[in-house]
Ligand binder design. Sequence first.
Ligand SMILES: [Zn+2]
Length: 217
Amino acid sequence: MTDEPQTPTSGLLEVGDADAARVRRAAFTRLLATAAPVPAAMLATEVGLTEGQVEAELSRLAASGAISRDDSGAVVAAGGLSVTPARHQLLLDGHEYWTWCAFDGIGIPAALELDAVVDTRCPTCGGGLRITITGGNPPSDSPVVGWLPGGPCINVQADFCPDAKLFCTDAHLATWRQTTGDPPGTAAPPGELAETGRQVWADLARLPRQPDASVGN
Ligand SMILES: [Zn+2]
């Protein structure tokens, strides 16, 4: 465990303790099911904690960027999936979402094996980019290339997501790297982002969509 290689995305969505992990997973599952904000009280019922305990876990998760909340305290985003406008648009299984990173837009449908359409913009030329994902698989012949930032990551939304972008082409990624002082990170085509996403979201992807899946853990 401790000699796990330092890849840009290793541990990206890991959170503190078991209760925090359950609260985050319940929030992600509910956001996916309803595409609407999730009140804290609903999560308390779902994970079998008191509202006070859920409140404490939500505060901690929000402080690390693992979730976002609205003014009423309801969860509006978890694990990169947002029901309020964020940088990138994601049509997932017929519901409209937004994501924190362009990587989320490919990684989440990949982990869930769902159809999706990601809409974002190339940071270099400002051109619109649309990736159509079928059953979790992005097109294999796309010239689009993603960037996985490699710097230190304390708060995923603040430290990782802003630069986890998609570019029209390798050339536009190269231009961006030059003009931003060659930040640490890794280039990855859509298929590789999907593969990495399957690992990053493996835990969150065990959802009620798979009613036969065992509940151990
Ligand atoms: Zn471009």
